[in-house]
Design a protein around this ligand. Structure first.
Ligand SMILES: *Cc1c(COP(=O)(O)O)cnc(C)c1O
Length: 224
């Protein structure tokens, strides 16, 4: 096993206290997750509903589970009872389904809107214009069981750190615009989820409040 505890401690030393470290545990076992938990991590990120459903009941119940993958509407019901945050909400139909399932469980689920910031052509996320229009006309207020908690972004798949920096800066700028023009009287809208193992230092410099780290904690993933 990777030295998970050492990895967690090393990373925690590199991040300021206002940044939340989310350990991305997709494909990793319950034992590995427990190692990170014992090193002080309480926030874990998973990408696959099926996998999350299997892990959640057998792991400590003070863990906050972040769903960070691409979420299909028909699977929201499985995670709605317990999920702490849904990152990567990327269309209105999905918001509608989250609203419905959260209401069923009398919960308010914090969601981060995924904004398309990558310049390499990957298309996941709302465009900034789409998001702005949707929010500006106030229609989002009918989602009473969703907390609009902030934004999330994935940079281009690139080694070029200047490209990454530009993309993260774009997300921060857009967040600031939403904060001043839409969510000026909301204390909930405060999170910027960006940065992974190879670029979290840049993300923090550019204003991340949540970083999502997998490989640097758990080692390489092997997909079965
Ligand atoms: C897998 C994944 C991560 C973690 O990536 P690492 O490079 O292993 O740190 C972060 N965010 C999302 C959305 C992911 O799918």
């Amino acid at each position: 096993m990777e030295n998970i505890r050492e990895n967690v401690h090393r990373i925690l030393q590199q991040i300021p206290p206002h940044v939340r470290l989310i350990a991305v545990s997709k494909t990793k076992s319950a034992e590995e997750i427990l190692e990170a938990y014992r090193a002080g991590i309480k926030d874990f990120g998973e990408n696959y509903v099926q996998e999350l459903r299997q892990k959640q009941p057998i792991l400590p119940n003070d863990i906050s589970w972040h769903f960070i993958g691409h979420l299909q509407s028909n699977k929201v019901k499985y995670i709605a009872p317990f999920v702490a945050y849904i990152h990567g909400v990327d269309d209105v139909a999905l918001l509608q389904e989250i609203e419905k399932q959260a209401a069923k469980h009398a919960r308010k689920i914090p969601c981060l809107l995924q904004i398309a910031i990558a310049t390499d052509g990957s298309k996941f996320g709302f465009s900034t214009d789409e998001t702005f229009d949707f929010l500006k006309n106030g229609a989002y207020k009918r989602f009473e069981h969703i907390v609009f908690a902030g934004v999330m972004g994935m940079g281009s798949l690139t080694e070029d750190r200047e490209i990454t920096r530009k993309e993260y800066r774009l997300l921060k700028t857009f967040f600031d615009r939403l904060k001043t023009e839409v969510f000026f009287d909301s204390d909930d809208f405060k999170e910027i989820s960006m940065g992974m193992s190879h670029d979290f230092d840049i993300a923090i410099e550019e204003g991340a409040t949540m970083i999502r780290i997998g490989t640097a904690i758990f080692g390489e993933r092997s997909y079965k």
